[in-house]
Design a protein around this ligand. Structure first.
Ligand code: FAD
Ligand code: NAD
Length: 410
């Protein structure tokens, strides 16, 4: 009899943790599992802001996927998913290859939400993948280089849109990166600007008041021009138009105004809610029996009008619950309802400060920055045990101004 085929789309947090879990659960020859990902590396999406600012070494952010898979129970296929044919139970890849499945797990992650604001799609830089984020770093270097010849002050105005978690984490890194770049290019720091524009009244909207105050004070103390209650209306690559009638000359606008499900999902015939695929309590795509969806691509209802947030924490917990459900389905056993347990949230503001709430305790400053490292280490532990933690933490390299190791692209 032919072995059932399980295909996993996306080698991010959700897809990789699910693959590792299947490796542990499946008996030899019980199923054929294939993990498909656009690139042959996994990137630590929660550290991408550091890639954007050049404060991280590439080999700490990206890891080779085949090396992360420990057994021959899961095979890796590099490819870009283009379509899912539900009738034929096939996945079509950009290069024309087809993969048939009996069980499908969609874990294709997020896309940046630009809300149709004119010029953002075309001209703003985006933290969407390792490559797009690496492109931010190259763009910043380019501004420093070009300033030396044209002395255009808009080149030294580095603007971050949104002061949610991504925006604040990026601003924290820029606070450290910009002075280092000034030194390298022999440009006085006081000629540079870091501008952070947020539509809500506060940074980190909806988060703890203490964290909001700590963060506001910290970024302002480090010279960031924080503009809250200010909405970006338009961008044309040189000027940012604001809702207060003014505009800011800036050749760098990094958009961290929010995320949505992967845009590819729109072309697939699934029930979407706010750009994400609706799933039931077993993480199965609504209206299907053998297709599952987790992470940022999934809309898992929390209440009538809200869903679980797009976080790595959710993606990991869903992966750990979804893999056993797939195994149960192929063995004809009953599946378990997914329950999310929120452990806490920590946002870094550079390498030496952070704010957060962990198991109900508010933390800030250096201790919080340490906790952030612990959380990152825990993820590596889930993926590859203590050896992966040691391997990743012992890697070294030059974080600033390192040679480009990956080509810029979309
Ligand atoms: P992803 O991790 O995005 O993985 C999706 C994968 O699918 C990627 O490998 C991608 O290359 C691949 N893919 C996409 N399209 C295709 C295609 N067509 N074909 C093939 N492959 C494809 N969350 C937290 O909980 N804590 C944090 O501290 C935190 N920090 C963050 C910091 C930043 C800067 C950002 C941007 C996000 C942060 N998040 C954090 C959110 C977290 O990164 C996401 O929620 C998490 O990555 C979602 O996991 P996922 O598996 O759903 O998707
Ligand atoms: P977000 O939606 O949390 O924040 C986007 C911010 O941009 C909002 O504060 C919004 O008011 C602002 N904004 C939107 N449009 C604007 C405009 N036109 N002008 C000015 N400001 C505008 O998105 P995010 O920060 O990218 O986070 C995405 C997800 O990833 C969230 O679920 C978040 O919790 C998670 N995340 C978590 C961490 C962490 O836990 N440390 C870090 C990064 C991201």
């Amino acid at each position: 009899m032919e072995k059932p085929k399980i295909v996993i789309l996306g080698g991010g947090y959700g897809g990789l943790v699910a693959s590792r879990k299947l490796e542990k659960m499946l008996k030899n020859d019980e199923a054929l599992v294939t993990l498909v990902n656009k690139h042959d590396y996994h990137y630590i999406a929660t550290q991408l802001h550091r890639t954007g600012a050049g404060t991280a070494v590439d080999n700490k952010i990206i890891m080779n996927i085949p090396n992360l898979l420990k057994t021959n129970k899961v095979s890796f296929k590099k490819g870009t998913v283009e379509f899912i044919d539900k009738q034929k139970q096939e996945v079509l890849l950009e290069n024309g290859d087809k993969l048939s499945y009996d069980y499908l797990l969609i874990a294709l992650g997020f896309d940046v939400n630009t809300f149709g604001i004119p010029g953002i799609e075309e001209y703003a830089l985006k933290i969407r993948s390792f490559r797009t984020t690496k492109a931010i770093y190259h763009h910043i270097l380019n501004q420093f280089e070009s300033y030396q010849s044209d002395k255009d002050p808009a080149r030294l105005a580095f603007t971050v849109a949104g002061a949610g978690f991504t925006g604040i984490e990026l601003v924290g890194e820029l606070i450290e990166a910009i002075p280092a770049l000034c030194k390298k290019y022999d440009i006085p720091v006081n000629l540079t600007r870091i501008i952070n524009i947020e539509a809500s009244e506060n940074v980190l909207p909806g988060f703890d008041q203490e964290a909001i105050e700590f963060t506001t004070k910290y970024v302002k103390k480090h010279g960031v021009e924080l503009m809250t209650s200010t909405r970006i209306l338009e961008y044309n690559a040189t000027d940012i138009k604001l809702d207060n009638g003014t505009s800011i000359p800036s050749k760098t606008l990094i958009w961290s105004g929010g995320v949505r499900g992967n845009k590819l999902l729109e072309s697939l015939d699934f029930k979407l809610n706010r750009g994400r695929i609706e799933v039931d309590q077993y993480l199965r795509v609504v209206g299907t029996e053998n297709i599952y969806c987790i992470g940022d691509s999934a809309y898992f209802p929390k209440s009538e009008n809200s869903c679980l947030p797009p976080t790595a924490q959710v993606a990991i917990q869903q992966a750990e619950a979804c893999a056993p459900n797939i195994v149960a389905a192929l063995r004809g056993e009953s599946q378990k309802e997914f329950e999310y347990h929120h452990k806490g949230t920590v946002a870094s503001i550079g390498t030496t400060a952070a704010v957060g709430k962990v198991f109900g305790f508010r933390i800030s400053g250096l201790f919080a920055a340490f906790m952030k490292q612990v959380i990152e280490a825990r993820y590596l532990f889930v993926l590859g045990g203590p050896s992966l933690v040691l391997k990743q933490f012992s890697k070294t390299g030059k974080p600033y101004l390192q040679a480009a190791s990956v080509q810029e692209s979309k």
